[in-house]
Write a protein that binds this ligand. Structure first.
Ligand code: FNR
Length: 360
């Protein structure tokens, strides 16, 4: 279909399901075990109700904000997802190009389809903000080499993934043989092949001091899921936390990240709007209203994963990614106007009724 007929994020998913190979679709869309968390991630946004304020002049609405102190045209960013090549031959280059043209921040994964140098080399704008997601390698020398490469490539922060000491049990992925990756790995999904050397079950809080000592880059923990760990991250001098259950791909029945944000509001309100700690949320965010609810409850920005992969499939490439950015930005702006907020700072907690979500 022509891009103009795609009017929301879910439309892209339907196209992708038709277009992707069975292996690619299983790798992108699957989640752990009964896939409860991935469904919950989206469902919780439906339980949060907006409380629009009226009679506020909303002629001009501005979606711009800053993330880790760097300007962004929108309060959302591109989350790291491995192996974009199943969606489009230009893979991560599409994300880099589109993000640069639109002023959107992008997190590059540890395991992309091409090198970090190629992806950072595809910046369409010299000031473009790219971050690197890091699976901290067991071998510190290897980890250090990756960090030095990131610094040389102009990466602006490191997102340390902490929700996957081991790989989640992805059953849909497991059921498909990764035929395209060679016959030496029968019954082994793409995720397993990609992660076998990356994940580090030994990673612990004590490793953060080492990370902090080897780089000046801001450190964000990706995959914090409770108020307890949010407090620990703050106490360890971490610059940000991304509340995430890895898009439901790690531990099934792990609570939706928006519930972790509600916990922080309730039990550690000092962490909200704290200049020393930025808070981000990802998982199941598909609508402008989902984004606005996170911001209202105290997030600085949100991450989005699968929809970018879907937006470049179907042959759309970077234009598909740009189209999705326009869709989401338009939904954020339109819903801010309906809510009575003309800038991001005007989106306040009173604009969300979280009673039903809190009963979860
Ligand atoms: C991911 N995610 C992920 N996270 C990470 O830290 N390192 C990685 O390599 C990957 N790889 C990856 C591959 C695929 C195909 C998906 C779908 C996800 C998790 C990702 O960064 C993010 O947390 C979730 O995707 C957010 O949920 P939604 O927006 O996809 O629902």
């Amino acid at each position: 279909p022509h891009l103009s007929s795609i009017i929301n994020a879910d439309d892209f998913e339907k196209v992708a399901q038709k277009y992707l190979s069975p292996e690619g679709w299983a790798y992108y869309s699957s989640a752990a075990e009964d896939e409860t968390s991935v469904q919950d991630n989206s469902r919780l946004y439906r339980l949060l109700k907006l409380r629009p304020r009226v009679l506020r002049d909303v002629t001009t609405v501005n979606t711009a904000t800053s993330i880790l102190g760097i300007p962004s045209t929108v309060p959302f960013f591109i989350c790291p997802t491995g192996f974009a090549k199943y969606a489009h031959k230009d893979a991560e280059l599409n994300l880099a190009r589109a993000a640069g043209l639109e002023g959107v921040h992008q997190i590059i994964p540890t395991s992309p389809s091409m090198s970090l140098e190629q992806i950072t080399g595809a910046r369409s704008n010299p000031d473009q903000t790219q971050y690197l997601q890091v699976y901290v390698n067991k071998d510190r020398q290897k980890c250090l080499a990756l960090i030095r490469r990131a610094e040389a490539c102009g990466i602006k922060a490191l997102f340390i993934t902490v929700d996957s000491p081991v790989l989640g049990k992805r059953e849909r992925d497991d059921r498909l043989k990764a035929a395209s990756l060679g016959s030496e790995a029968p019954n082994t999904g793409i995720a397993k092949i990609g992660s076998s050397t990356l994940l580090n079950p030994g990673l612990a809080w004590s490793d953060l001091a080492w990370l902090r000592s080897v780089t000046q880059l801001p450190l964000v923990l990706k995959g914090v899921q409770t108020v307890e760990d949010a407090i620990m991250a703050y106490e360890h001098g971490i610059n940000g936390i991304l509340l995430s259950n890895h898009g439901g791909r790690s531990q099934d029945t792990a609570q939706a990240p928006i519930l972790a944000l509600l916990e922080i509001r309730k039990y550690a309100p000092q962490l909200i709007n704290n200049p020393k700690l930025q808070i981000f949320v990802d998982g199941g965010i598909r609508r402008g209203t989902d984004i606005i609810k996170c911001l209202a409850l105290g997030a600085n920005a949100v991450g989005i994963g699968r929809p970018w992969l879907y937006s470049m499939s179907g042959g759309y490439g970077a234009e598909g990614v740009r189209h999705l950015i326009h869709i989401l930005k338009g939904e954020v702006a339109g819903n801010m106007a309906l809510l009575g907020a003309t800038k991001i700072e005007e989106i306040v907690p009173q604009m969300v009724n979280s009673m039903r979500a809190e009963m979860e």
